[in-house]
Design a protein around this ligand. Structure first.
Ligand SMILES: [Zn+2]
Length: 433
């Protein structure tokens, strides 16, 4: 999970602590790659401007059996608690898109002044139509256009399946696509991309609670008018909740409405791939930040089985040099070394020396910029055109260690025990309806 400036506010501040990437979940690739989702509907790969023949002849909006549901006002983060709608940015800067639908859909503007429906499976062409307008099928508007699937209809965009509404929002010379989806359905589309769906159920349940809590905490600080979350590492990886893996569905459903709190408040339940034998205090990433007990570090005795526990890595000089120059130190890089570590051995500061001077940098920022797997380093040596690195873990090392959660589940621990270990002092709470 990782974030961006338009989120600003506390969310951004917190994210920055860890660097854009960690904000949350690890950017790790899941060990089991999820199978490609099937494309629903039209088989033609061409962008056809569909003028749905059934559109205009259908029943008027007010007597449709499945009328469009209200769209939450842009500045109003929807309903409370478990059935909250989350608004996920699927894509920005789009000039055209094809959205397929497996069955009936409704297409309408936010104020319902223009509306139509399509009764059978097909594909909609979406495009920027000039003068600040977007066009979806036959409907053009300078206001957002909503594509709402009827019950049991799924939308497909970019080979991913979505169960929520897709909102096409005009931007200056392009448009953005935002899905409005129920929180629990959103989690179906997060889990398989943040943790392998083949892992034990208790690990998946722990991940479900962490992802749910992170999401709801994020929603407390949304600043963007049109969306709450990104669908990539800036928030949490998300590829649509229309494709449901049985293990994931089971984990999400079994923990429905369950979140972690500390002092009766939600907190950012960061997680990462592998901590290398122990997690760290969130404060170690930003000395000015406030820490809380659940994010103060935890022991981890269950992650050594993973190939991510140890690493050796060669980083090209060019990546190091680009980072250093962008961060304000000129000259050719002569050495990179660890200047400061936490008690677990995780580097917090690196010193870079060039022929023009030297400067300390946050190891977390260096990691995100260069692709270094972890700052829990045992070796960092510049030799010729390569920076040789070795160490333990993968990711930022704050909050839940996913490999450790897997290991604990395999050792027979419950998801409650897993969460209690990685978020010490937190309370598993069920949201009221
Ligand atoms: Zn660990």
């Amino acid at each position: 999970m990782k974030m961006q400036k338009s989120f600003l506010g506390t969310l951004f501040v917190s994210a920055v602590l860890l660097g854009t990437s960690c904000a949350v979940p690890s950017a790790r690739k899941t060990q089991t790659t999820a199978p490609a989702t099937k494309t629903v509907g039209v088989s033609s790969p061409e962008l056809v401007d569909v003028e749905p023949p059934s559109v205009l002849a259908e029943l008027p909006t007010d007597v449709q059996p499945d009328p469009p549901s209200p769209v939450p006002a842009a500045d109003q983060p929807a309903v409370d608690h478990a059935l909250k709608t989350v608004r996920v940015l699927l894509a920005d800067n789009q000039s055209s898109a094809k959205i397929e639908h497996s069955g009936r859909i409704y297409v309408y503007t936010q104020n319902l002044d223009k509306t139509y429906k399509v009764s059978s499976a097909g594909a909609l062409s979406v495009r920027f139509a000039g003068n600040g307008r977007v066009q979806v099928g036959s409907l053009k508007s300078e206001k957002p256009i909503i594509i709402e699937p009827a019950k049991d209809t799924l939308l497909t965009w970019n080979n991913n399946l979505y169960a929520g509404k897709i909102v096409v929002v005009p931007a200056q010379h392009t448009f953005i696509l935002v899905e409005h989806v129920d929180l629990e359905n959103y989690l179906y589309g997060v889990l398989p991309y943040e943790m392998s769906y083949s892992w034990p159920l208790e690990a998946l349940k722990a991940q479900a609670v962490a992802a749910r809590t992170y999401t709801l905490r994020t929603l407390e600080n949304v600043k963007n008018q049109h969306f709450d979350l990104y669908s990539d590492v800036r928030s949490q990886m998300y590829k649509g909740g229309g494709k449901q893996y049985p293990s994931v569905k089971q984990a999400v459903d079994a923990t429905k409405s369950k979140v972690l709190t500390y002092n009766d408040k939600l907190f950012y339940t960061y997680y990462h791939g592998n901590c290398g034998g122990g997690t760290d205090d969130v404060k170690s990433w930003n000395h000015g930040s406030k820490t809380i007990k659940p994010l103060s570090g935890a022991s981890c005795a269950y992650d050594k089985h993973s190939k991510s526990y140890s690493f050796k890595q060669d980083i090209p000089y060019a990546k190091v040099s680009t980072f250093v120059h962008n961060a304000g130190l000129a000259g050719s890089v002569k050495s990179v070394g660890v200047a400061q570590r936490t008690s677990t051995g995780r580097a917090t500061l690196l010193t870079v020396r060039t022929n023009k001077g030297h400067k300390n940098f946050s190891c977390n920022k260096f990691r995100l910029a260069t692709g270094l797997r972890s700052c829990k380093l045992t070796k960092l040596q510049l030799s010729g055109s390569t920076l040789h690195a070795a160490g333990h873990g993968y990711g930022h090392g704050i909050g839940m260690c996913q490999d450790g959660a897997n290991g604990m589940a395999k050792a027979g621990k419950t998801y409650e025990q897993i969460l209690a270990n990685y978020y010490p002092g937190s309370k598993l709470t069920t949201l009221k309806k």
